[in-house]
Write a protein that binds this ligand. Structure first.
Ligand SMILES: NC(=O)c1ccc[n+]([C@@H]2O[C@H](COP(=O)([O-])OP(=O)(O)OC[C@H]3O[C@@H](n4cnc5c(N)ncnc54)[C@H](OP(=O)(O)O)[C@@H]3O)[C@@H](O)[C@H]2O)c1
Length: 437
């Protein structure tokens, strides 16, 4: 049997401790599958004394993950620290430069430095595997990078943040407000104490930027993503969506258009009957549309110790199975040096259907003025419905418009015009509608 593969794990938190535990519990099975043992020979975390629920006394402890990355005691450096700078970046870079394979779950690091790190990995002839960085346990990286060779991707989109999907699912099921569900999600550990990163779309954007690069062979451009979070989604939107045959999801979408590539993260209305609309709670999903395959949807657990560890261990096992001297495939599907610059499509030229919810004064002429603003901007309407607002706000009406395909620029102009007309009593709500099978 080949020599054991020696793994160093940096970061022993939710994911790192799970990886160590599964490597121990499934050691015999992994040896059978990989043809060699996989052993944890080195570990690093901040607090040496912290109880991790697993005996790691046979592994050498390193206070400094960079030192561990450089030691000759390991073949694979597994980075599970997190963060786009600091120890995570320094140790991954050091490991690659020292000729060690790297496995990471760190989307923030890859979104910011992925291409530079890939260049080092490819120069050194080592693997930089990152299956767990996008959609946790769902094997989307392998699917896009390996199983879909030869396919040209036209669009990739998905539910990439479990916290947001959990909140939207409960808002719809229980008829309660965003704030109430968020507090409960924090209490249950589904949302961070500071939830901004998740609910305002940053986490989804990081993952989307990686998928975009794989899909279109472009350099990662995480700062060029149009982003709106879910914090302004109300019960009125969720109810109206349901009445119209839609469900609201926070989607990350990357799409090839005539003017470039769109990368956008925003609340989206998807048809209630579509497969992605059936993805509830913390579950993630990624849909990939290609010329050869058509549409593929993968769904499953997007976070959590074990699910994420499953992806990390799959990456480690690939390294265990790889033959010495074998030329590894490029990190982002094409050699890092050949990734094209990302040509951004302007959000204003985004074409699609729109849901527009307006709260207006209940007076004569308002309806006609709204219809005129739409017509002036060449927006054709699929439906326009008005409801009286009951209770204290009885002098108001809600007007809900659904447009046929139009452009973002036209919708913004029309809504600005309606706002200037002085008929609105509240901020207008605009939600994009996404085609989904
Ligand atoms: N949690 C998930 O469900 C999930 C899903 C997908 C991807 N990820 C990614 O996986 C990575 C790890 O996430 P996590 O949830 O496991 O984080 P976590 O629970 O906060 O664990 C982080 C670990 O890193 C260690 N650490 C922090 N700074 C360090 C340093 N300077 N040197 C050495 N170790 C250091 C910590 O040590 P101490 O324990 O001693 O404090 C801790 O063990 C992140 O990139 C995250 O985005 C997580």
């Amino acid at each position: 049997m080949a020599e054991a593969l020696r793994v160093g794990i940096a970061g022993l938190g939710t994911v790192g401790a799970s990886v160590a535990r599964v490597l121990r519990d499934k050691a015999a099975e992994l040896t059978r599958q990989c043809g060699r043992d996989i052993i944890v020979s080195a570990i690093s975390a901040r607090d040496r004394k912290r109880e991790r629920g697993i005996d790691l006394s046979s592994a050498n402890w390193f206070d400094d993950p960079v030192k561990m990355a450089q030691t000759a005691e390991i073949d694979v450096f597994v980075e599970l620290i997190g963060g786009d700078e600091g120890s995570a970046r320094a140790s991954v870079k050091a490991a690659l430069e020292a000729g060690r394979h790297v496995v990471t779950a760190n989307k923030a690091l890859l979104a910011k430095h992925g291409v530079a790190l890939a260049e080092i990995a490819e120069k050194k002839g080592v693997l930089l595997n990152y299956e767990a960085a996008v959609a946790g346990g769902i094997p989307v990286i392998k699917t896009m990078r390996e199983a879909m060779a030869g396919n040209s991707v036209t669009r990739v989109f998905g539910i990439l943040n479990g916290t947001c999907n959990y909140i939207l699912t409960r808002m719809e099921a229980e008829g309660v407000s965003f704030d109430v569900v968020l507090k409960d999600a924090q209490r249950l550990g589904y949302a961070e104490a500071d939830p901004t990163f998740d609910i305002e779309g940053h986490d989804t954007a990081h993952k989307l930027s990686i998928l975009t690069s794989l899909a279109f062979g472009t350099k990662i451009a995480a700062n060029d993503i149009y982003m709106e979070g879910i914090s302004n989604i109300t019960q009125a939107d969720i109810r109206a969506a349901g009445d119209l045959g839609y469900r609201i999801k926070l989607l990350g979408v990357a799409q090839r258009t005539e003017s470039g590539i769109e990368q956008r993260v925003h609340p989206t209305m998807v048809p209630t009957a579509s497969v992605i609309a059936q993805v509830h709670g913390v579950t993630n999903a990624v849909a990939i549309e290609t010329d050869i395959l058509g549409e593929l949807l993968l769904s499953g657990p997007g976070a959590g110790g074990n699910a994420t560890a499953s992806a990390v261990i799959g990456d480690i096992a690939d390294i265990a199975k790889s033959r010495p001297g074998f030329q590894h495939g490029p990190v982002f599907g094409r050699p890092a040096k050949e990734l094209k610059p990302y040509k951004k499509a302007q959000m204003r030229s985004h074409a699609g259907g729109y849901f527009i919810r307006l709260t207006v004064h209940d007076r004569i002429g308002v309806f006609a003025a709204i219809a005129k603003r739409m017509a002036d901007n060449d927006i054709s309407l699929e439906s326009i419905v008005q409801h009286a607002v009951s209770g204290e706000a009885a002098a108001q009406k809600t007007v809900i418009l659904v447009t046929h395909e139009t452009t973002e620029a036209a919708v913004r102009k029309a809504v600005d015009g309606i706002t200037k007309d002085g008929h609105l009593t509240d901020k207008p709500q605009v939600i994009r509608i996404e085609r989904a099978g």
